[in-house]
Design a protein around this ligand. Structure first.
Ligand SMILES: Nc1ncnc2c1ncn2[C@@H]1O[C@H](COP(=O)(O)OP(=O)(O)O)[C@@H](O)[C@H]1O
Ligand SMILES: N[C@@H](CCC(=O)OP(=O)(O)O)C(=O)O
Length: 378
């Protein structure tokens, strides 16, 4: 088999035992064996591991996941070191070098940081190291967090142009409803990329009817919603995603051989450039602009830049060079892009022709509000 680049994400629910919060040593050991085997087959592997907060809680004898942000950050600082020590012991026993990579959302927003992170991953993978990634919980600020490692792992998979993203969790696959709540929930084996938006909506509606909370376990943060959102980001980046069980990671080897295990999500062809993927998913949109029907057509069907004449409304406060969402008249996001003007400036030029911009703003600016090179369809 050709060398594959593989991102494996393991959630707190698979790393710890729900009854006691203790580490699930056997599951971690099995995962380490599988990853080492993948490395011996020359595959390039990144492990995204949750568990800093869970392990920190267990170490400090806390009975539940803290909700207060500063306490969570302190607990993560206790847990992350212990987690890495365990990984380094296990991988070290099998002579597999590992590295700790802690990321914050802000690291991916800034283009130069994003490129640096990419270079570091490339070097680590070329050295045969398994990078072990987590959110840098201790310094991340609430407004600017990945929030869950499902999203983080899909962004890493997109960043390094992985072939596969494995989301290991405590259920064997995705079901039509939460199998803990609904005994009639049907297993879903395969999802085409164009089925994902509808599936996300159906499962969100099912979850909000059955379960007011977000639908994960007590210790996990995301539930299936964040896994589906991650699969969507991955699919758009040309990465195949699989949701499967964390306590039987050998299934990864069998899935790579073509076995039908877990829920597998097809990928779209990788046509979007790395820079446009960064605009779509690395950056965080800080505002929205609403387009009339003509502008929606020009952007979506004709691949044109967005001119001020087609804008009807601005929402949010942002500066020039920030990322924004482009919405149709019903508020549905149709694209994302980098704005050439601030929200204040767009309010003054919307509805006008580009040649009016110098008169309206008092300086010679770009003709376009979002240039097509900085624009990516949602
Ligand atoms: N449609 C669904 N199919 C499968 N599991 C679901 C679904 N909806 C909610 N879940 C719940 O999501 C949980 C896994 O999410 P979570 O606890 O966040 O895991 P992790 O820690 O692995 O990220 C499962 O235990 C299951 O109860
Ligand atoms: N960064 C957090 C991860 C939170 C998280 O996404 O948890 P999970 O839903 O179990 O994957 C931690 O290490 O505890």
């Amino acid at each position: 088999m050709q060398t594959q680049t593989i991102v494996i994400k393991i959630g707190t629910s698979s790393l710890t035992k729900p009854e006691t919060g203790d580490l699930h040593i056997a599951a971690i050991a099995r995962l380490v064996e599988v990853i080492t085997q993948l490395r011996r087959q020359e595959h390039r592997v990144v492990l995204v591991s949750s568990g800093a907060v869970g392990v920190g809680c267990a170490r400090l004898g806390m009975k539940g996941r803290p909700t207060h942000i500063a306490l969570k950050q302190a607990v993560a600082a206790v847990g992350q070191g212990r987690l890495m020590r365990i990984y380094d012991d296990f991988f070290g026993t099998l002579n597999q070098p590992v590295a700790q990579v802690l990321l914050t959302r802000a690291n991916l927003i800034q283009r130069q940081h994003y490129i640096n992170v990419h270079s570091t991953f490339t070097e680590l993978l070329n050295l045969g190291v398994v990078p072990i990634v987590n959110e840098n919980d201790t310094v991340a600020v609430d407004e600017l967090k990945f929030g869950d490692n499902d999203t983080l792992s899909s962004l890493v998979a997109s960043l390094i142009e992985a072939d596969w993203l494995f989301l290991l969790t405590d259920v064997d696959r995705l079901y039509s409803a939460d199998p803990r709540q609904d005994i009639d929930a049907k297993p879903i084996e395969f999802v085409e990329s164009d089925q994902l938006p509808d599936l996300i909506q159906i499962l969100n509606e099912a979850a909000s009817e059955k379960l007011p909370a977000r639908g994960g376990t007590e210790w996990g943060t995301g539930g299936m919603n964040t896994k589906l959102a991650a699969a969507r980001i991955a699919a758009a980046a040309g990465v195949k995603t699989v949701i499967t069980k964390g306590d039987a990671p050998d299934s990864i080897l069998r899935i790579l051989e073509g076995e039908n295990i877990g829920t597998q999500f097809a990928a779209q062809p990788r046509t979007v450039t790395a820079r446009k993927r960064w605009i779509a998913y690395g950056m965080v949109p800080l505002g929205k602009i609403f387009l009339d029907d003509g502008a929606v057509k020009a952007v979506m069907n004709l691949g044109r830049s967005l001119l001020p004449a087609g804008i009807t409304k601005v929402e949010g406060r942002f500066d020039a060079q920030d990322a924004i969402g482009l919405c149709d008249s019903e508020g549905k996001e149709i694209a994302r892009g980098i704005a050439n003007y601030s929200s204040n400036e767009i309010e003054r030029i919307l509805g006008y022709q580009s040649e009016d911009i110098p008169r309206l703003l008092g300086f010679e600016g770009e003709d376009t509000v979002v240039h097509r090179d900085n624009l990516v369809l949602s």
